[in-house]
Unconditional design. Structure first.
Length: 93
């Protein structure tokens, strides 16, 4: 089995973190406790965890009424996918 590049492990970890943050924030919202800031959730998405954040959004039905999340998370994911395609195109030409 070939060894995966370090960034694959990073992407797995940051996406798991994004999903976990959505779950934790949803639980805190239900219990009227301290919340995770929207800035932190978006920062996690911008650092490569947008797929995990979106998974968490729709799995736990959290932030799905906020237009900034409904539009912002897919937009971040799209930019990240285009950036990955551009890097692969340059690297493997």
């Amino acid at each position: 089995m070939p060894k995966l590049p370090w960034f694959v492990y990073y992407l797995i970890a940051i996406n798991l973190l994004g999903a976990a943050l959505m779950f934790i924030d949803k639980r805190k919202a239900i219990r009227h406790k301290w919340r995770i800031s929207e800035r932190t959730l978006f920062l996690t998405a911008l650092l490569g965890g947008s797929a995990g954040c979106m998974f968490g959004m729709y799995t736990f039905r959290h932030k799905t009424r906020h237009l900034s999340f409904v539009i912002g998370m897919p937009a971040i994911l799209l930019v990240e996918m285009l950036a990955a395609l551009a890097v692969m195109w340059v690297a493997y030409r």
